[in-house]
Design a protein around this ligand. Structure first.
Ligand code: ATP
Length: 256
C-alpha cells in the first residue's frame, strides 16, 4: 500500500496492481529499507546490438531484503542473467550504483564479495574429476577442510546419496551436476545465493527437494534471488516476484 511506503521520488506508479519502478524511483516499505542487503540505484546496462545499442536494464531500482526469496522472471533474453552478472561484479553497470551491505560493489574485494554473494550458474562449473574433490576444493582454497560426513549431508540436502561422492563428474547428468554445484555452494555458507534456474533439468521430486532446501536456507537467515521461467514455481516459493521486461523491473509481493 502506498501509505506504508517510503516515498523518495514521485515517478513510481502502479500498473494492474504491480509496482513499476519507473525512472528515478526507489519505493520500498520504510521498515524494510534498513534490511536491504542489496540496493540497485538507477542501474542501466547497454550492449552494442546489430540494430544499435540495446539496454536490457534501464534505470532499474530495487532492493533485496534479508531472508527473502525473490524469484526473478521474464522472457528469454530480457536481462535476468545480466542482472546476476552485475550483482556478482562479473560486469559493471554503465550507469547507477549497486550496493551490498550499504557499500558500493566497486569498494568490495571481488573474492570476498563472490564468497558472500554466490552465483550458481545455469551451466554448472565442476573442474575436478570427482564429486568429492569438487565439494572439497572451494573450502580448501580458504585453508578449511570439509569433513566427509558434512559432504554426505550436503549431498543429501540436494537429494543425492553418499555413493555420489566417488562418481566422476563427466558421468553425471546435467541435473546431477547442477545439484553437486548447489551442494558445493551451500558448503560455502554464503549470505546470498543467486540461482540461475537451478531446477531446470530436474524432475518433480528433485525440484521439490531443492525448493525446500532453498526455503530452509532463507529461514536460517540466508537470502536468495532465483531465476525461474515457471510462474507456478514462483507462486509456490517466492516472497517476492520480480518481472523484467523491456528494461524495466516490476515487483509483486506474495499473495498479490
Ligand atoms: N556481452 C554481451 N554483448 C552483447 N549483448 C549481450 C551481452 N551479454 C548479453 N547480451 C544480450 O543482452 C540480452 C540479455 O541477456 P541475458 O543473458 O541477461 O538474458 P536472460 O534474460 O538471462 O535470458 P535467458 O532467460 O534466455 O537466459 C540478450 O539479448 C543478450 O543477447
Amino acid at each position: 500500500m502506498l501509505s506504508i511506503r517510503h516515498r523518495i521520488s514521485v515517478r513510481c506508479f502502479f500498473v494492474r496492481g504491480k509496482i513499476v519502478y519507473g525512472e528515478g524511483d526507489v519505493f520500498m516499505p520504510s521498515t524494510e529499507n534498513s534490511r536491504a542487503l542489496i540496493e540497485l540505484k538507477h542501474i542501466t546496462k547497454t550492449y552494442p546490438g546489430e540494430r544499435g545499442p540495446f539496454s536490457p536494464l534501464r534505470d532499474v531500482n530495487a532492493q533485496v531484503i534479508k531472508k527473502r526469496l525473490v524469484v526473478l522472471m521474464g522472457p528469454s533474453g530480457t536481462g535476468k542473467s545480466t542482472l546476476f552478472r552485475l550483482l556478482n561484479r562479473l560486469e559493471d553497470p554503465d550507469e547507477g550504483v549497486i550496493s551490498y551491505r550499504g557499500k558500493p560493489l566497486k569498494e568490495w574485494d571481488p573474492v570476498r564479495l563472490r564468497r558472500e554473494v554466490h552465483y550458481v550458474y545455469q551451466s554448472p562449473i565442476l573442474f575436478l574429476p570427482t564429486v568429492e574433490e569438487n565439494l572439497a576444493y572451494p573450502l580448501y582454497l580458504q585453508d578449511k577442510e570439509l569433513e566427509r560426513p558434512e559432504m554426505i549431508r550436503l549431498l543429501q540436502r540436494v537429494g543425492l546419496s553418499r555413493s555420489y561422492l566417488h562418481r566422476f563428474v563427466d558421468d553425471l547428468s546435467g541435473g546431477e551436476k547442477q545439484r553437486v554445484h548447489l551442494a558445493r555452494s551451500f558448503s560455502l555458507r554464503p549470505e546470498i545465493l543467486l540461482l540461475d534456474e537451478p531446477t531446470a533439468s530436474l524432475d518433480e521430486e528433485s525440484t521439490e527437494r531443492i525448493e525446500k532446501e532453498v526455503r530452509d536456507f532463507c529461514d536460517r537467515g540466508g537470502t536468495v534471488v532465483w531465476i525461474s521461467h515457471l510462474r507456478k514455481q514462483a507462486e509456490r516459493i517466492a516472497d517476492e516476484r520480480w518481472y523484467l521486461e523491456n528494461g524495466k523491473l516490476t515487483r509483486e509481493e506474495k499473495g498479490e
